[in-house]
Design a protein around this ligand. Sequence first.
Ligand SMILES: [Zn+2]
Length: 167
Amino acid sequence: MQSDELIRELIERVAGDVGLIIYTLRPKREFTDEELSAELGIEINDVRKSLFALYELGLAEYRRKRDDETGWMEYYWKINYDKQNEVLRRELLKTRRKLEEKLEMEEASVYYICVNGCIKVNYEEAMEFNFMCPRCGGFLEYFDTSLIVEKVREEIEKIDEMLSNLQ
Ligand SMILES: [Zn+2]
C-alpha cells in the first residue's frame, strides 16, 4: 500500500470525510475555520472538529489571534504535510505493538469453543464446564489458534514492509 493511500485511510478514520477533504485541499497559506467553512460550504462545527482531529494526529497546527474588531479569538490553521511520514510511522508502530500483544496472547493460550459457536473459553473454564457449553449444551472443542497466529504474523510482515517503504 502506498503511503498516500495509508494516510488517507488514517485521516478518514480519525478526522472523517471532512478531514480528508481539508487534507486533500492542500491550502497554500494559513486559514481560519470560518474561511474554510464558507469556502467548502461545510458546517463550521464539522470543520472545527476535523481540524482538531488532524491536530491530535499531528497533521495540523494552529495559532490563536484576537480579532481586533470583534475581540474574539480566531484560529489560524496550517496543515503539516511534511509530518505525513512521521505520523504514519507512529501509527504503524502502534498497530504493530497491538498485533504483537495479540500474537503473544494467542500463542500462550489454549482455547475451547462451543461447536455451535456460542462461547470461546480457556482451558480452565472448559474444565469447569466439563467441556460442555453452558448455553446450548454442545461440546466444547479444542480451538486451533495456528490460523489466527499465521494471520497476525502476516499482518505484522505487511506493516514491516510499509514501514520500510516509508524511509
Ligand atoms: Zn453452545
